[in-house]
Design a protein around this ligand. Sequence first.
Ligand SMILES: Cc1cc2nc3c(=O)[nH]c(=O)nc-3n(C[C@H](O)[C@H](O)[C@H](O)COP(=O)(O)OP(=O)(O)OC[C@H]3O[C@@H](n4cnc5c(N)ncnc54)[C@H](O)[C@@H]3O)c2cc1C
Ligand code: SF4
Length: 613
Amino acid sequence: MPFDAIVVGTGFGGTIAAVQLVAQGKKVLLLERGTFWRSFDPIALNKGDPFGDWTAQNNMPVQYWPRPDHRKGLHDFLAALRNLHKEGLYQYSLFHQADVLTASGVGGGSLIYSNVTIRPKDGALQRIGLNLGDAEYAAARLWMEGPHGDRKSANRGWLNYVVTKIPMGKDMTEQDFVQFGVDPNDPTKDTDGSYILLDRSRVLRAAARDVSTKLGVKMDWAPLELSIFEYDAHRGADSDSVPAHTHCERQGRCMLGCLPQARHTLNKTLFKKVLQHPGVTLIPKAKVLQLEQKPGGYDVIFEDDFTGQGTRREFAPAVFLAGGVLGTTEILLRSAREKRLPLSAALGSKFSTNGDFGAFAYKTTNHADGRPLPVYSTRGPINTSHVTMNFNGRFIKIEDCAIPAMFAEFVSKGLELMDDAGASPNFFNLIQAAWQSNLLENVVGLPDTRDPKSFQTEAEMLADTFFFNVMSQDDATGKLTLGGIDGNQIDLGWEQPVAQQTLWQDIETLLREFSSAMGGRYLALPGWQGLLGNKKLVITHPLGGCPIGGTHENGVIDEFGQVFDASQAADSKAVLNGLYVVDGSAIPGALAANPSLTIAAQALKSVTHALAP
Ligand SMILES: Cc1cc2nc3c(=O)[nH]c(=O)nc-3n(C[C@H](O)[C@H](O)[C@H](O)COP(=O)(O)OP(=O)(O)OC[C@H]3O[C@@H](n4cnc5c(N)ncnc54)[C@H](O)[C@@H]3O)c2cc1C
Ligand code: SF4
């Protein structure tokens, strides 16, 4: 079947492109390297499962999330690592100075993201020259939130606050709210004394107040907007894709598959709006290698593990690249090296860490006023609230972060070891600490009846551990190139060690203050402590690689995602007709915020421009 367009990748950018193309009646081929991932939910299945029926009828590869909420789930999680298994869900890419975590599957990053759907500060957009404003973000919110997107109305869309221990549903009376110490018009305005806020949200808010006063820096705490269904008794069976019973149960495992399916993942959107359309073909397990310019369009060259046809080509007059920062940049780097496309020398540049930084406050104790400050990190959505500030001239955002129960024992033991090993742990004193702490006995042995800790539940193991999830503004000086053993895989590097950027010192200064306000000790991630060599970052929000620019001298694409034709003069704005980049690789620097809404806004802008009459 001749296609009007080929979409590479099915994450945020890819789903937006596919939905818009299908809405205009285009014939579309979707190529996705991963498989379907679903939650095994017997209740939903008993109610009928059209999505499951469709995947079965079309012989689609489907895998299920790790199920157990206890420590044995760690084994299932490791089995889903793409590094160990080509069809895995989590792609953990190891580079010299930083590791990058991304997803592989129908729905892309939405499968493993923690649902945070927020707009960055305007100043952050201006700093990187990203031309997105109210209109673009309103369109993106509508797209993400669905047609019932009024949070205050009975017909709420996907965006909700989840900062309370139980849903503050619409069927609760005003008296119920008041009894819980919550302002009925704004559940975020309770007092620290109220027990209704999730502990992590409350602890972060209390710490922000203390640190703000101490440092004299304005810090705003607020609940995060999450693409999660909250309980709403007035909600009828009007939902776009899920039955009405589905709502958040605060299981704290969003990135590991939501059992009640309360999360907005794009496989649901694709099923509802794209895949059942007769003009659409999806080939999963199809890894795109490169593109080649042909008269009137492009050949997309890919490995087809779905039908087993090996390496093959499909042609279309338009191609929308949405393989994510690493995927899209790798495809274009290969295409440029083989001289199949005339691409800008800026390809691979402006890689940004988005200022991603993770660390712990360990053994949190009491609030300054003496009240206990339990954190209970296993409970509630992965991120619930955030503190934003301008610190030393940069935006910094600190979010609370859950630690799923299945990681509880591993994390609590690891932190105990790092803490025991002292201020500058290395690999050898960690081993020594492990020996001294009877780690093996604790993991494989019977409970020690003399030690109450042997009987701890996963929630108790992390009751006094707070996990910080930070984003900020780096200099976007990372460079993506082709490397690896065969010189054909994506590689990431910096001319100056990225760990030396002053940004990280500022972040650590703040996190030390927050840890101390929580009565805990600051502990960085093991990679940042240099346990296995040089200091390493872990990046979950990579950006850039195919940055927007004015011409091909300083960018790979224009502001509408059109790829510059680098065979033209340096100041030319000529583009390769029909070739678009519509994912996070387009964003030319740090956002200091979770990026999916911005990626969606930019992708919508590009696809709307591409489809304009
Ligand atoms: C643990 C975690 C939590 C996160 N939480 C949040 C959050 O709460 N809020 C937020 O805003 N952001 C979050 N993010 C970041 C967010 O997931 C990404 O920014 C977003 O998914 C990027 O969208 P994208 O369209 O650029 O690419 P992706 O969503 O990564 O999609 C790329 C798709 O292309 C496919 N692909 C790649 N290469 C190829 C190839 N060669 N051939 C075929 N297919 C290919 C991939 O399998 C994938 O499906 C999180 C990320 C992680 C890792
Ligand atoms: S906290 Fe649990 S129920 Fe709520 S969205 Fe996350 S995984 Fe689903």
